[in-house]
Design a protein. Structure first.
Length: 235
């Protein structure tokens, strides 16, 4: 599979075009939050996402093998950084504003859900789930299973975990802190212990774990199907 095989594919849903997230990505700054139904706010680091890859990011990128797909690429700093290294990479995001910014910064990106058909499924060398993107869809095990279908049998998945021992599934809205709130959608937050459990249940094995700049990461490899199915049946 090569990046030149990409086709436009199904577009993202229209509501994202008017979401506060889209406005923040266009200007490159917040404030921006995820708001739970109980009012709790999770700050989103828009400025970092819209900037250049930092030291923690570079440690992730140094581990990438072969062609890389960034699932939920956002403004595309990781895709752009890989492109600058001469490494083939594709960003996937449901936000048209995020995809447009990724392309402006030199990356290649498609506007679609990670659960929609993607080019080169089963052949990607590395998939990325960083910046909280293990939360996509609100079901970490389903997302990890989807990632297993995207990468090659010997492929690598690099995941960022929440910097806390948490395992929650909620509905959230993007909130700009000034009265504008987006449409509700399912999300999850997963710390390192929970990520390990979900990964093993979805057929992955942990091959590395590290911390950088206060952020927690894991490297995962696919396990033989009979191995994890047998383990699950014994639980």
């Amino acid at each position: 599979m090569t990046i030149s095989e990409l086709s436009p594919g199904p577009a993202a849903a229209a509501p994202w075009c008017a979401d506060p997230y889209a406005d923040a990505v266009r200007v490159g700054r917040g404030p921006l939050f995820l708001r739970r139904a109980d009012g709790w706010l999770l700050p989103l680091d828009v400025e970092r996402w819209c900037g250049h890859a930092d030291r923690a990011d570079r440690r992730v990128l140094d581990r990438c093998e072969g062609e890389t797909v960034d699932l939920g690429c956002g403004p595309g700093r990781l895709v752009a950084a890989l492109a600058a290294r001469g490494r083939p990479a594709l960003g996937v995001d449901v936000s048209p504003a995020a995809v447009a910014r990724t392309r402006r910064t030199g990356g290649t990106a498609l506007c679609r859900s990670v659960f929609s058909p993607l080019p080169g499924e089963g052949r990607w060398g590395t998939a990325l789930l960083v910046d909280g993107n293990i939360g996509i869809g609100g079901d970490p095990r389903a997302l990890l299973a989807r990632a297993a279908a995207i990468v090659a049998p010997d492929g690598l998945l690099l995941v960022e975990a929440a910097p806390a021992d948490v395992d929650e599934r909620v509905h959230v809205r993007v909130d700009d802190g000034r009265g504008r709130v987006g449409t509700a959608f399912p999300w999850a937050r997963v710390g390192t212990p929970a990520l390990r459990r979900h990964a093993e249940a979805a057929g992955w094995r942990v091959t590395d774990r590290w911390e950088a700049e206060g952020r927690e990461f894991m490297a995962l490899r696919r396990r033989p199907r009979g191995d994890y199915e047998g383990s699950a049946s014994r639980r």
